[in-house]
Design a protein around this ligand. Structure first.
Ligand code: NDP
Length: 477
């Protein structure tokens, strides 16, 4: 029998996706550039299901039932193009190529247009959940044509994570939509991780807690509205003791956060689209800053305030205040991320259903959380919602939490504990709800030095003041 789907690129992600498919009863054709990985998979896991190992591109293509469905799971960038070019000439009209790697959505748009011309479907697909997710049920974000989803969708839904039987997989939209949404997922992940890290730093710096005590705080938080995978693993990491030194693990790790680039992409595209994703930007810059070791050692001796830990009533409520600040900042970060998806969708005509995105992020992916079910409900109740901040429970959370939020940031400022994520989230909240912004003054400055003109609150039209003429500003239409 022919295979219903094939996977090429059998490193950790591809191997686990192939096994997941086979475990669900699908016959999976296997291929990898170097034969060794294919042989190993069959030797180690061949008993898990029906695999068809192949050792050439032609053999791989011949092993597949039509329309052929090929999942490419190789390094993003040039390797993906190379693999597409290896297979595309062997395929026939209506066949489907799926790129499940972490491609930039602009590359996906280019590839989709090219392959569409050649009669092939190209499905750029976001996959989140790491290697464990790939094996046990990831969150899957496929783009591409509606037609390609008809044959591919059921297979992908079958192997995805489920929430009450609902698959964490949905057709996102044409061409680059799936990879765009995966990119924003990762951007939100950066913001969420940074906010959690700041919470840890505040609890340690302001209360003098040890990592193990802070792990307990996170464990408690994980039973409430912050219930999520990232909070859960944070608890585990903080509770972990380094075997070699007996010290808290977090104290023996070099404090230089690395990145593979999806956060940076999100910020770059956010700038292009003009979407204020300040939480993701601060988180990305916080990673960059941490890695600037020369800069940090040059600045290390600069004076700061005395760090007297909090005491009394202030100390007693601090952990709860941090929980409120974390939750409120998280609402802002997600609100910004969903606005970015909305903006991308409008720009590229993708017609993305934000409620469906929240729904498929509820499980399988790295930002999976109880919270996402509330986001799903918010968008289902009001698909055109301008911002999550004004919706039901989220509005209550930020409004009721604002005193704690302000107080936590003020404590950080007073003690010299950096909270870029919390602070930018609160600034966004205050800026959005402001009656008037100093942007009016910026417009005045722009008109002064560059005759860029301004609009008025009381009259239609475009105005310029002749600032330099005789020192007496005069407005003209
Ligand atoms: P890698 O990104 O390390 O890629 C290794 C695979 O790519 C191998 O199968 C390798 O073949 C193949 N490859 C590399 N260059 C070429 C080439 N020029 N021609 C043909 N094949 C090539 O593997 P991962 O499994 O970690 O990730 C696969 C994809 O999934 C990546 O795009 C990654 O960004 C994405 N991803 C990864 C996640 C993770 O947690 N790791 C999570 C979500 C997505 P060979 O064996 O011959 O060297």
């Amino acid at each position: 029998d022919k295979a219903s789907i094939g996977v090429t690129g059998l490193a950790v992600m591809g191997r686990n996706l192939a096994r997941n498919l086979a475990r669900h009863g699908h016959t999976v054709a296997l291929h990898n550039r170097s034969e060794q990985r294919t042989r190993e998979l069959v030797e180690q896991f061949g008993s898990e299901g029906d695999f068809v190992p192949t050792y050439s591109a032609q053999e791989f293509v011949d092993a597949l039932a039509r329309p052929r469905q090929i999942v490419i799971m190789v390094k993003a960038g040039a390797p993906t193009d190379a693999v597409i070019e290896e297979f595309a000439p062997l395929l026939e009209a209506g066949d489907v190529i799926v790129d499940a790697g972490n491609a930039h959505f602009a590359d996906t748009r280019r590839r989709e247009a090219d392959l569409r011309e050649r009669g092939l479907h190209f499905v750029g697909t976001g996959v989140s959940g790491g290697e464990e997710g790939a094996l046990h049920g990831p969150s899957i974000m496929p783009g591409g044509s509606v037609e390609s989803y008809q044959s591919l969708g059921p297979l992908l839904e079958d192997i995805s994570a489920k929430v009450d039987g609902v698959p964490c997989c949905a057709h996102i939209g044409p061409d680059g939509a799936g990879h765009f949404v995966k990119m924003v997922h990762n951007g939100i992940e950066y913001a969420d991780m940074q906010l959690i890290a700041e919470s840890f730093d505040l609890l340690r710096g302001a209360l003098g807690y040890e990592p193990a005590q802070i792990a307990e705080v996170f464990r408690t938080w994980n039973t409430g509205r912050l219930d999520s995978y990232l909070i859960e693993i944070t608890e585990q990491v903080l509770a972990h003791t380094d075997a070699a030194t007996g010290k808290p693990f977090v104290d023996v790790v070099a404090d230089e956060a690395e990145q593979k680039g999806t956060g940076r992409w999100t910020v770059q595209i956010g700038l292009d689209l003009g979407v204020p994703i300040t939480g993701i930007a601060e988180a990305t810059f916080a990673r960059s800053l941490s890695g600037h070791t020369d800069l940090r050692s040059a600045a290390r001796g600069l004076a700061g305030p005395s760090r007297t830990p909090l005491s009394g009533a202030e100390a007693e409520r601090f952990a709860d205040d941090v929980e409120q600040a974390l939750y409120a900042s998280k609402v802002v970060a997600y609100a910004q991320g969903f606005n970015m998806i909305q903006a991308g969708s409008a720009e590229y005509g993708w017609n993305i259903d934000l409620g469906a995105v929240a729904s498929i992020w509820r499980d399988g992916c790295i930002i999976r959380a109880k919270f996402l079910d509330d986001i799903r409900s918010a968008y289902e109740a009001e698909p055109g919602l301008p911002t999550l901040l004004t919706s039901g429970e989220f509005r209550k959370a930020v409004e009721n939490g604002q005193d704690a939020w302000r107080s936590v940031i003020a404590t950080g400022v007073r003690l010299g504990i950096p909270t870029p994520g919390f602070a930018t989230a609160l600034a966004y909240y205050d800026a959005l709800r402001a009656d008037r912004l100093p942007a009016a003054l910026v417009q005045g400055q722009r008109d002064y030095f560059g005759a860029h003109t301004y609009r008025r609150v009381d009259r239609d039209g475009s105005f310029h003041t002749s600032w330099a003429a005789d020192g007496r500003p005069e407005a003209e239409a």
